[in-house]
Write a protein that binds this ligand. Structure first.
Ligand code: IMP
Ligand code: MG
Length: 177
């Protein structure tokens, strides 16, 4: 067990298990996207560790950018507006693979998809280390999933609790009670 701020967490996914599933996901991407002009978009901050381990196993002749989703209030008629910051180079005609740490409600991924719809990409695939199917409210499930997990809070391997715990080399789940 570990303590982060006011919460206690227990080990949930081991280092070995992460390695196995990251390799499996990389193999799926390598075989599905062979011959495509691929750009990976790793969504900061949470995906940095997953993206780093995943990319070491990617054999495609590809590019990677680290991006952030920034949302702000538009005019009354436009409501909330989101943009991707950190893009280097055009995405036109590219096969884009979005790399996320976790897909929870799916709101973040929905924003990213709607931004990419307007950028003339060839296609968009979503790759996430963790997926919470019970929390998911979107209509398009991730294409590549490391682990489907129950709806309980997790930290480590890039994921934070109030910005702490990103450095942990495995994944911990919150201990209830
Ligand atoms: P969304 O609900 O799919 O839009 O996810 C929003 C963001 O919430 C994710 O990108 C994570 O940064 C964060 N998040 C969701 N669930 C967890 C969790 O269990 N641990 C840490 N961060 C989480
Ligand atoms: Mg995130």
């Amino acid at each position: 067990m570990i303590q982060i701020l006011d919460k206690t967490f227990v080990e949930y996914i081991s280092r070995e298990s992460i390695e196995t599933q990251v390799s499996r996901v990389a193999q799926e991407i390598n075989s599905d996207l062979a011959g495509e002009d691929v750009v990976f978009l790793a969504v900061l901050n949470g995906s940095f560790m997953f993206a780093s381990d995943l990319m070491k196993k990617i054999k495609l002749d590809s590019e990677i950018s680290f991006v952030k989703v920034q949302s702000y209030e538009g005019t009354n008629s436009t409501g909330e507006v989101s943009e991707l910051i950190g893009l280097s180079g055009t995405l036109e005609n590219k096969t884009v693979v979005v790399i996320e740490d976790i897909v929870d409600t799916g709101n973040t991924v929905k924003k990213i998809n709607s931004i990419l719809e307007n950028s003339k990409v060839k296609s968009v695939k979503l790759c996430t280390l963790l997926f919470k199917p019970d929390a998911f409210k979107g209509d398009r499930k991730p294409d590549y999933i490391g682990f489907s997990i129950p709806n309980a809070f997790v930290v480590g391997y890039g994921l934070d609790y109030d910005q702490k715990g990103r450095n942990l080399d495995r994944i911990y789940q919150i201990k209830d009670n």
